[in-house]
Design a protein around this ligand. Structure first.
Ligand code: G3I
Length: 390
């Protein structure tokens, strides 16, 4: 496998230079969401991207965005830069330059880093070459080598700088609750042994790290099969003694009408039953990717922001009531860079408003709702939110 190239060094150097310029996090700044979260035994953070210096992106290299991270975050996660599609240009090479720059920035800014992800087990999110890879005469051995080498290489490179991995991301098909298959899993003998090997390899290489299964099953109507499939997968992990410590609850909320109170009241029962079953199996919980897709809401920003904030508060009041929740991360700090705008634009053409800060980096009611929900949450007792020994 190829080591760092000159390009790597240039990008890493830029990252380190920028990291040096990163506004130092002000631990305990009075209005910091992370400082507030730590009073309840949790951490607050956000996804960040790699970007060219001073670019208009959701990157740490954008001073406006870096200021939001410095104000509110104690932990970050790379939006894309640690994924196979970013790290693996070919079956025999890695390109760590951009993720290295994010990790360097985090170190300079004294931020923890979540690793997302060691495999996103769906054909569309594997590198193009993976689906046509030749697994040779002993496909099971080659598939195990390919997966194991990837995880070992990534985890060894960062060591204890990363203490929290989304080992597997979104392996359950929400349509029917079954597990996705890929050419890798078909070569390795099926999805279950593939996911199990990912977790066992991560545990062996990173005994210090909390290992997370991350998925977007949610509380809205229509998520029933997805939640059931995730529960089946988690029960299976426990039955096979697979080292999984926590469930990553992505929390990509979708509003289903202007009456937040009525919607929250309708959805919370199923959500509590789901979380009850997860924690009864001994799993921790991590809110990993919170944002709010403002569907079926008026275009008016003031009215829409208020309703988005009310959904956020209602969801977090239920979810943070579980002391197993250790971290709350949002999937981006500003509407300016949210993935949702490109993924599902509003039918009325009004710009999406899914995050804590607007496109001009001004705080929105959703940020106050997160702060209020954290204040109202019970303080964690340490053993509840720590990694569980298997
Ligand atoms: O970097 C390339 C660029 O070189 C190229 O010119 C451009 C056009 O093809 O694509 C760029 O890569 C894009 C990447 O985002 C970086 O912008 C990919 O096409 C695009 O698919 C990718 O989308 C990301 C998506 O995951 C798929 O990886 C989103 O930004 C990201 O927000 C989203 O995040 C996911 C979590 O990882 C898992 N949970 C759901 C969440 C939202 O979908």
């Amino acid at each position: 496998m190829q080591g760092p190239t000159r390009r790597d060094s240039l990008i890493l150097g830029a990252g380190l230079m920028l990291a040096g310029a990163a506004p130092a996090r002000v631990p305990g700044a009075q209005d910091s969401l992370d400082a507030l979260a730590r009073t309840r035994g949790m951490r607050f953070g956000s996804a960040v991207a790699w970007g060219p210096p001073r670019s208009d992106t959701g990157s740490f290299a954008n001073p406006n965005y870096a200021a939001l991270i410095a104000r509110d975050c104690g932990v970050i996660v790379a939006e894309n830069e640690m994924k196979w599609q970013a790290l693996r240009p070919s079956p025999t090479t890695f390109d760590f330059a951009r993720f290295d720059a994010i990790v360097a920035y985090a170190a300079a800014a004294r931020l923890a880093v979540r690793g997302h992800n060691l495999i996103w087990h769906q054909p569309k999110w594997m590198p193009h070459w993976a689906e046509s890879h030749d697994y040779g005469a002993t496909p099971k051995r080659e598939a195990a080598r390919l997966l194991g080498d990837h995880i070992r290489t990534v985890v060894r490179r960062y060591g204890t700088r990363i203490a929290d991995y989304d080992v597997v991301n979104e392996a359950v098909n929400p349509a029917d609750g079954t597990l996705y298959e890929t050419t890798l899993s078909r070569a390795l003998g099926g999805a279950e042994p593939t996911l199990d090997l990912a977790f066992r390899t991560a545990r062996a290489e990173a005994p210090h790290a909390r290992l997370v299964y991350n998925d977007y099953m949610s509380w809205e109507p229509g998520n029933e099969r997805h939640r059931a499939g995730v529960l089946r997968l988690l029960h299976g992990f426990r039955a096979r003694g697979v080292p999984v410590d926590a469930l990553g609850v992505q929390s990509h909320l979708i509003t289903i009408g202007a009456d937040a109170r009525a919607s929250v009241s309708r959805m919370q029962g199923d959500w509590r039953r789901f979380l009850d079953e997860v924690v009864a199996m001994g799993f921790g919980l991590v809110v990993t990717e919170l944002d709010v897709r403002d569907n079926a809401l008026p275009a008016d920003p003031v009215a829409r922001d208020r309703i988005v904030a009310d959904y956020t508060r209602g969801y977090l009041d239920v979810t943070l009531g579980y002391q197993q929740v250790s971290d709350i991360l949002v999937w981006g700090m500003s509407d300016r860079y949210s993935w949702i705008e490109g993924f599902e634009p509003r039918a009325d053409g009004a710009r999406r408003r899914p995050t804590l800060y607007d496109t001009a980096f001004a705080p929105k009611p959703m940020r106050a709702a997160v702060a209020d929900a954290i204040r109202a949450a019970p303080a964690r007792t340490p053993q509840r939110s720590e990694r569980r020994e298997i």
